[in-house]
Design a protein. Sequence first.
Lengths: 491, 61
Amino acid sequence: MHLIPQSWSHLHILVSVFPPVGFIFVTGFYIASLATRNDMMGRSCLALFGLLGVLAIPTYFSGVQSMEVLSQNPRISAEAMTAHYYWGLTALAVLVVTGAFALAQLWRAGKPSGQAVAAMLGLVGLTLILIVAADELGFAISHHELERVVPRAQAAIATPQVWSHVHMILNHVPTIGYMMTFVFYVIGLIANNDGLKRGALVAFVICSIVCVPTYVTGAAAMWALTVPPIPEISKAVINAHRDMALATMFGVAFTGATAWIELWRYRYIGRFSRISLSLVLVFAVITLAIMAETGHRGGQINHPEIRVTADGLPDDAGMFAAIAPTVRTLLWFVNWKVVDADGLSSAIELAINNVIWFVPWQTVHFFGFTMIFVTVLIVVLRVLGLWKSIPFSAVHRLLPIGLLAVLMNVFTGMLMMLADTYRYVVNDYTFAPKIVFIPIGATAVLYFSLSDRLWKVKAGEDAPLFAKAVAVLVLVCWAGVIACGRLLPYL
Amino acid sequence: MTNNIEILLMVIAVNACVLGLAGTALYFLNRAVDPFDGSPQRRRPSSSAAAATATKGTEGG
């Protein structure tokens, strides 16, 4: 694993992804600091805006050096590089101004004025728009597969490259998001600031939720890149990447679930548990390490310019050879020949295609969605005004049933998807909307544990209007998930 | 060839394991916040503490 970049292009690719996703996360925390009047959180945000602004320097120099190297490559279009250069230059200039403005605000003591806050948010918005535009033009430089025209004879089996495009955008959200959240979390722990801790726990949960569509779009991207095959893209590297992605899913599940439970528990106890906060920290560190390796392997799929000649490309060959024969005998149901040759995901694909594995996990999936829907229905109906004799805090107690069921269903759903990824992800019209509903519904449920006004709704009282709107959104999303899932075999 | 009994046994085994784990997790999560669940001391709080906690819960903390 090369966390330290070995070429200018590698450094440029690594550094340039921090400002766009970093700005989204820091802006979220900044708005939260204004809403909760948390001075420590606000100052942390200004410092991080400043730090992200400083990244303009390595981004610019690594970009210029990369251009020099890549201009000798006949496959790279000079026009694409020029367009990216000018948009990038403008974006970096605004990024520097935004960072400098944030640092100036940090320098000034006291509460920022309304105008300063508006100017800060305006600059952040402008920077984000320009960086996104520059990034899109950057994709055009070496991601030629996105513009691939498949011959008509093979068009019927080809998967649209929009999946690869969406996957490349989405995968940076949990990876960079986790790093930014980790920084906020550590500041919160050191400063013993409950608002920062709470904000970071929420962001950990959101990052974990975003991993679901990231994994799914990755599966679709695999088809888009391998059928019909693209000569410079190796299936072995993709297999190595998706095995690490599988490990990442477990990492984010542990981190996200522990963070969510602590947010839920905080409502009743009114303080954080040191053990739980330490657990989140440990899980987050492990998950970050796995994510870094996953990202590195993903980058190797289609970035020949960052490959180090001395290293072989990552693949699964030999990776599982260290597993002792005793363990192999104990796990008799695993096809070790496939694991050794093509990796764990391929072995799961093969196993789950057998009815004896598919049906039990499908049954767990069915139990899971009934548990999710019943929990959602009870909480939502109370918020909407049914069972007013029950205080909101009483129905809030039920939410862990939903969390456990979501965990069950994400993993069983992933297993079922692996049985036939092409059919589910690419060939079914209702799978994409289902995967859009899941993160929206799961994120909206967080509101029930965060809103102070909703928490104070006693027996006989009506919930606030905004809470009712969130409740409707939650109900629509989870009903949509079930309906889209049921329609999979038919549409 | 897999027979029906094998499939049924697998369904029971897998679901019992997963739902059993989920049930255990739920029990401990509930015990962490509910004064009337869990350890003997928690189950039998003094009448004034129980009344105070129950009122707090009813009023939404």
